[in-house]
Design a protein around this ligand. Sequence first.
Ligand SMILES: Cc1cc2nc3c(=O)[nH]c(=O)nc-3n(C[C@H](O)[C@H](O)[C@H](O)COP(=O)(O)OP(=O)(O)OC[C@H]3O[C@@H](n4cnc5c(N)ncnc54)[C@H](O)[C@@H]3O)c2cc1C
Length: 368
Amino acid sequence: MERADAVVIGAGVVGLAVARRLAQTGRDVIVLEATASIGSETSSRNSEVIHAGIYYPQNSLKATLCVKGKEALYSYCESHGVLHRRLSKIIVASTPDEVPALSALKEKAENNDVRDLQWLDAGQARALEPEILVEAALLSPSTGIVDSHGLMLAFQGDAEDAGTMIAFNTTVLGGDVLEDGILLRVGGEAPMELMCRSVINASGLQAQDLAAAISGMLSEIIPMRRLAKGNYYLLAGASPFSRLVYPIPEQGGLGVHATIDLAGQCRFGPDVEWVEHLDYNVDPQRADRFYDAVRRYWPGLRDGALLPGYAGIRPKIASPQGDADFVIQGRGTHGVTGLINLFGIESPGLTASMAVADEVERMLREEG
Ligand SMILES: Cc1cc2nc3c(=O)[nH]c(=O)nc-3n(C[C@H](O)[C@H](O)[C@H](O)COP(=O)(O)OP(=O)(O)OC[C@H]3O[C@@H](n4cnc5c(N)ncnc54)[C@H](O)[C@@H]3O)c2cc1C
């Protein structure tokens, strides 16, 4: 049996941010990753948007960690040469009956300490984005985009410089809570047992299954996983927009919006498709719904202009009607010293990753 100080399970953006943070505070960190590379699951299947923190309930972890994480991420990207752009975004009410929802969003944002939103009338909005159908809009100057892979490489580099070891093709199968730590059973290329002082379960979509495989963890406090697939379609041709364009949010997601990547490619999505299994194929037929959704705010979308892109799957813990928060469980919740479970780290998890890492570090430090 091998011994380890802090073991992070999962090398997505959150696991890497946590590994970096813990290593920089002097912990000996090992990251165990089931696949052959960093960020091969949800962290490479998202919109790469640095969110402002507008949509989330006041005082929720999503709200507070998004706002803190956004600031930390911008300054990290600037100091570490990670590609990003403060493109800004516009949230569009396309009909008069959507305007009250836009006002409610502005109030929600202010409650979350997002104070830079600007209310635009139709003329002001069209001066910024001439192609949109708009009744009124909100401009969010602090929304941006980031090269998520570049960010993860930078986190990995910092973590490794501080002594972290990352083991790829190494799947954690389960574990036992013992008197003097947590014993992990590790499969993959070099199966072994690893006795750990701290374990951070940052395994994203697998977090519930993994927690359930750790005996000594109360299974009743593992929140139920719900999978909400988000499909993207790419726009053939040049982007009609110079900033991100969002409709009024829908149940389970932010509405089919337009984002632009760092290469200038415009894409639409993600939508919300409740699924039972992990399947990343994008059905070309589904584009029909996208034409309707996008034309509500961009009537200029031509027939045949949308090409199937890619999909990501949100590791939700809410019911289809619900609006659940991130769940970060430590000893106070499950009674196990040294074990942190991260559940439901859907959007804005990329934006919040550095703030989530700070929170995990604080919880472990306070556990002693
Ligand atoms: C469609 C979509 C759009 C999104 N858009 C945005 C956005 O624009 N902005 C934003 O801020 N956030 C966005 N998000 C959220 C963001 O992508 C996630 O919050 C973030 O990527 C989660 O990172 P993670 O490290 O927790 O999980 P993951 O990236 O899923 O990483 C988990 C890792 O754990 C590994 N693993 C799993 N099981 C095991 C095991 N047993 N042993 C070892 N390793 C294991 C996996 O292989 C994987 O590498 C979006 C999410 C989706 C789905």
